[in-house]
Ligand binder design. Sequence first.
Ligand SMILES: [Zn+2]
Length: 421
Amino acid sequence: MGEVLYRRTLKRAVDLASMQTISSDALMAMSKDEYQIVRRAATRARLDRQPRYVCECCGHAVYAPREGRTGHPYWKHHPGLSRNCPWWTGTSLGVDAVSASQFDGAQESPLHFRLKNTVGELLAGDPRTTAGSVVVDEYLVQEDGRRRPDVRAIYDGVPLAVEVQLATTQIPIIVQREAFYESASIRLLWLTWNFEPPATDRRLLSSFEDIFYSHDKNLFSMDDQTIMLSKESHDVILRVFWMDGDSWCSKLVGLASLNWLNGGRANAVPSRPPWHKDFLTRWRGALGYKGTNWDDRQILYAELVAKLELNETGVNELHEFDIDALVNCLLSLVDGQPVGSQQQNLVELLNSFLYVERRQQYIRLVRTFAQLTDRQALFEVESVRKKVLKARTVGQIDRDSVPGKIALALFPEVWCAAPVR
Ligand SMILES: [Zn+2]
């Protein structure tokens, strides 16, 4: 029994003919006929010295023998090249074997070879890549040394290096490469294959942890679906993984839409929320029944002044502008219910907001915001209409005014549908 479990720790193999993954469970569940096809293809490949099935973890060739006692098929590394694979199930390593395995680690696996060429093809198929600029696995010489990126290209007019990282690349190599590309002003993208997030109580493999932190806690992966989508759309499509609290999330993302950060590496999902979201969270946390608590309001106003560089403006002016009421009114429109107010509904809230004369300069801003948040019907309500009509001669603020800047900075997602005039 122990023997069976031991050998099945090679969890998944990739069929290089189709780039499909075959898990050890799927292999064991195969009919006799299906299994014979895999077994023969693996043998054929070995005789031809052309790998067909490879370990998803280290990328080296595997085959599918039957376990002696139970007769169940399982994936097994070919001897020799995979000893530093986390899924290696061979004999334990003596000192000689350890140094041999370090040497083996320098030898490229068939999966790695395939993936770098696939990345090259996908880049070449993307019109954002400068024609003829894709180079797979050639030396790049700079003053302070030379490196051989898996793939490089001029993408979006900027030099880009792509490195394919499987589970077995050693950490010093990662750090050295990053320093090299950064000093050469070449963007660097780490990619892995068919990434599967670890269980909640487990750590990332350290070789993945490094590239995860390289990309602002994003991990970029390819799989057979992203390859297919990339070919269809002539756009390099990746799958990005990130953590939200303790859980892993993922989504598809185009290479062209990544955010490139200082140092030449990118994220797709920033690890920290943008300032305005963080600010609004703290703003909501400071709300009482009648607007924001006074002490907190002073602090939040000071932050607005500093962050938006409202140099000519002080906290006192924000009080005069009734920024508290304005922000809470906009938050109410976002939420669909009164925020920081004892009013029962949005109509009451708008009426009491517009009742104060100095807030009537916000009518155009608030009405546009109501349209963008799909609450324009509020302005059809008789009591609101009357107030708007009565204030029709009041001059309205524009986007360069202090309240306009604040409204734009705190709700960029709302405005991006239609910029405020
Ligand atoms: Zn392996």
